[in-house]
Design a protein around this ligand. Sequence first.
Ligand SMILES: *[C@@H]1O[C@H](CO)[C@@H](O)[C@H](O)[C@H]1NC(C)=O
Ligand SMILES: *[C@@H]1O[C@H](CO)[C@@H](O)[C@H](O)[C@H]1NC(C)=O
Ligand SMILES: *[C@@H]1O[C@H](CO)[C@@H](O)[C@H](O)[C@H]1NC(C)=O
Length: 242
Amino acid sequence: MKFGITSLLSAALLASTAVADSFSWERLEKNNSVLVIVDIQEGLFQMVHDWDPIVARHNMLAYASLATVFTDLPVVMTSSAEVGPNGLIPQEIRDWYPEAPIIRRNGEVDAWDNPDFRAAIKATNRTQIIIAGIVTDVCTAFLARSLRAEGYSVWAVIESSGTITPSIRDIANAQMLRAGVNVVSLFAVFGDLMRDWRHVPGSAELYGWIDEWMPSYSYFARAHKNAKLNGTILPGQDGLPE
Ligand SMILES: *[C@@H]1O[C@H](CO)[C@@H](O)[C@H](O)[C@H]1NC(C)=O
Ligand SMILES: *[C@@H]1O[C@H](CO)[C@@H](O)[C@H](O)[C@H]1NC(C)=O
Ligand SMILES: *[C@@H]1O[C@H](CO)[C@@H](O)[C@H](O)[C@H]1NC(C)=O
């Protein structure tokens, strides 16, 4: 019996190819997902230093506003020590979802340790959980791993959580990846929920959201609209390749 190192290596390669071939991408379904807003609170916001505060606020509000356009998404909010130092969930977010539950935790660090929060998630009857919050390494990553341990699929939005330093954020995201969490951008969540620009909501319903929250695409779209409605080709521009 001779199993050389080469044949062992080939077997390992074949095995890893089989694993790669069996990959299946779980798509976000707007009829099976829930938007969870975790401890995005005015006091805790002071702990966010891995993003510029203007960028952090923008991306947290953009995230929180997703269910204003993807109206099939139920929203569950939770806060920690709201009447203590951690402060309120910003008024603008609460105003978007006056009917959504807010689970006000008075001790549990991991929202999943709170029975009312677990009940609120179960009441949605959805298995795909979209989350972001403050701070990335505790409130987001603890909950993400608890949800994974319970068999839920989880999407954690990179730029809509915040924490003290970029290195803490990066390790927290790596830990979530190892737990099988989909660590994704906000645009990835947007794109998979929409799925097709011709769907409803699609381009007709979503360009307003893009204009408010995604300036790099919205200014491009504005420029394209203006060029189309009122554009002109300058001398020299007409010689450019198509
Ligand atoms: C969600 O919608 C898709 C089609 O868009 C359908 O295949 C799927 O069964 C639906 N899931 C639920 C939980 O209703
Ligand atoms: C929960 O969802 C499953 C499919 O995902 C469905 O069969 C069931 O009827 C739903 N239950 C409620 C109470 O909506
Ligand atoms: C459209 O172009 C003309 C010049 O060609 C300009 O006077 C006018 O201000 C433009 N309108 C807008 C809305 O940009």
